[in-house]
Design a protein around this ligand. Structure first.
Ligand SMILES: [Zn+2]
Length: 311
């Protein structure tokens, strides 16, 4: 048996077929073309799902999981209007796909989906209390406790990117000041560097310059990493995790980032009294984490199902 996962992003839709052991059998990527609006995007999602069903056979599929940008409500299966999906104002994506295919459909925040994937099949295997953080153009996260991703009352949980780490810091697109995402994401690194160098630079270019010993670039990274460290200390104090997994493009900077984060957590004076070190490790599944996690949703529902689930 198989499940189908859809990783719906602002720029691309990645759809794949997963078996229960976590092996991805087929994948298909198409551009989202988000400006066309929800109907056109859902039509493209269906195009990819149709192809997957054709490949493995409808009768062999237990369900469809979708990872989508927040805000969304996983309980009602509704996408609530993410900034990178224009026109998606309370779109019942789960029900729309269920009506077409007659299969169980699950919707989850994309960062939560990636957290599930890393926990089940990636860097977080065996962890009982795992925090996953993705640092790329934005910052997101998920908390997995005893194999289940934590969900809040309104479906929003672990919005780590909008934790305020500097009330006098840069304005976030959410309206607040000094959100972790506004001061430590790849976008924030690029912005700070462009101000310091007076030319446009990507976060990747900043990392390259810093690796070659450029002091200004290193300073920009140090600033971003120190904010990430503050965020991490808050997370450790809140969740008491046994493992922190860091994914996203910025994690590819590698040792300079992980050393800075270890240092920050090591100097977390409250936590020190427990005499425990929290491992901080890179994610394993890369850009496939989202689609694998989305496809894992029907399997997770299977394991907890009490009704007549097709699996
Ligand atoms: Zn914010």
């Amino acid at each position: 048996m198989y499940s189908i996962g859809v990783d719906l992003g602002g720029t691309k839709i990645l759809t794949g077929v997963l078996d229960e052991q976590g092996t991805l059998h087929h994948t298909l990527e198409v551009p989202t073309m988000a400006t066309d609006g929800p109907d056109a995007v859902i039509h493209r999602i269906r195009g990819t799902v149709d192809q997957m069903l054709h490949r493995v056979g409808h009768a062999n599929v237990i369900g469809i999981g979708i990872g989508a940008p927040g805000p969304l409500n996983p309980h009602t299966g509704t996408v609530l209007g993410p900034p990178n999906l224009p026109g998606w104002d309370h779109i019942p994506l789960r029900d729309k796909l269920h009506e077409v295919y007659g299969l169980p459909v699950y919707l989850e925040n994309d960062a939560n989906a990636a957290a599930i994937a890393e926990h089940r099949f990636g860097a977080g295997q065996g962890s009982r209390q795992m925090v996953y953080i993705t640092v790329s153009t934005g910052i997101g996260g998920g908390v997995v406790v005893d194999g289940q991703v934590r969900q809040g009352a309104a479906g929003g949980f672990a919005e780590i990117g909008h934790m305020i780490v500097d009330p006098a810091g840069a304005r976030c697109h959410c309206g607040n000041r000094g959100c972790l995402e506004a001061v430590a994401s790849g976008t924030a690194i690029a912005r700070m560097a462009s101000e310091a160098f007076r030319r446009d630079l990507t976060a990747e270019q900043v990392a390259e310059l810093a690796a070659r010993g450029d002091k200004k670039a290193r300073q920009v990274l140090d600033t971003a990493f120190s904010y990430l460290g503050i965020g991490l200390v808050n997370i450790v104090n809140l969740y008491d995790p046994d493992l922190i997994v860091i994914g996203g493009g910025v994690a590819r900077i590698g040792p300079p980032l992980f050393d800075a984060l270890h240092e920050a957590v090591l100097h977390n004076y409250f936590r020190q009294s427990y005499g425990m070190d929290v491992p901080i490790v890179p994610a394993h599944l890369g850009t496939k984490a989202g689609v694998i996690g989305a496809a894992a949703l029907p399997w997770l529902a299977c394991r907890t199902a009490v009704d007549s689930h097709p699996c």
